[in-house]
Structures are given as C-alpha cells and as structure tokens.
Design a protein around this ligand. Structure first.
Ligand code: ZN
Length: 149
C-alpha cells in the first residue's frame, strides 16, 4: 500500500504542476461545466467528437490538486477512445472510487487510473477525483452543467 501511496503522491504532484491537455478546444462540438462546491473545484471539459470517437479532449479551470490531476489523466486516457469505451471508463472509474468495484479482481480498463482507488477512504475527495469524469460524461450526453451536490 505504501508503494501505491508514493506513486499516488508523485503522479498527483506531476499532473497538478504540469496538467496535460490543459487548454480550450476551438472546434469542440461538446462542452460542459463541472462544479464541486464542497471543495471549490470548477472545471470545463471540451470534447471534439468525430465518427463515434473522441478525437480530442481537454479541460480548463481551477481546483485542488486531486481534481486537476484526475482531469489531466482523464483527458490522456479518454483521447482516441470510442464513445462506448469512454462510457465504460467512466463507469469503471466511478465504481472504483465509490468502492463498488474491486479493481484488482474485476476485469477493467483502468490501468494507471487505479492510483485513485485510495480516495474511496475520503468521501469528500471522491467528488474531487470524479468531477472531471462526471463533466466529461455530461458533455458526451450533451448536457452542459454538472454538480457534485
Ligand atoms: Zn477538490
């Protein structure tokens, strides 16, 4: 467990300092605002969908290190995926952070996202970690706002 904690710290620090895909997408055909009032995280997720695939995905906004790092990794993982794959990832990530899935035993596609499994011990942090995923999910479905409240 301590090994994964160290990795977790490192990854969060890295993505927080140097978030990937932190920009607006001019040709975005979907976008949504995500709000986590409990912590003050506010993100906007942009999607450029083409041929049932996520051609590009990005985010902007401000928030705590966990929300930002999670958003950064979400964009890395979802980019290039089909809409169905993106939905599956959302569902798996969501169930993992809620503790509804044993990511070590159940088959899943989470890969490096598993470092976020530890947030399930901290209910307030679950919302930080899943905000970008809810926002991406809302954008996929053509909704424009989502709140964790
Ligand atoms: Zn937060």
């Amino acid at each position: 467990m301590s090994e994964i904690n160290e990795l977790y710290q490192e990854v969060i620090l890295d993505h927080n300092k140097n978030p990937r895909n932190f920009r607006e997408i001019e040709n975005a055909n979907r976008k949504a605002d995500g709000n986590n009032p409990l912590c003050g995280d506010e993100l906007k997720v942009f999607l450029e969908l083409e041929d049932e695939k996520v051609k590009d995905v990005s985010f902007v906004g401000s928030g705590c290190a966990i929300s930002k790092a999670s958003a950064s990794m979400m964009t890395q993982v979802v980019k290039g995926k089909t809409l169905t794959e993106a939905e599956t990832l959302f569902d798996e990530f969501h169930r993992m952070v809620l503790g509804e899935m044993d990511e070590e035993r159940e088959e899943n596609h989470l890969g490096k996202l598993k470092i976020f499994a530890g947030v399930r011990e901290f209910p307030a942090r679950v919302k930080c970690a899943s905000l970008s995923w809810h926002t991406m999910h809302a954008a996929l479905h053509g909704e424009e706002t989502v709140s964790t409240e």
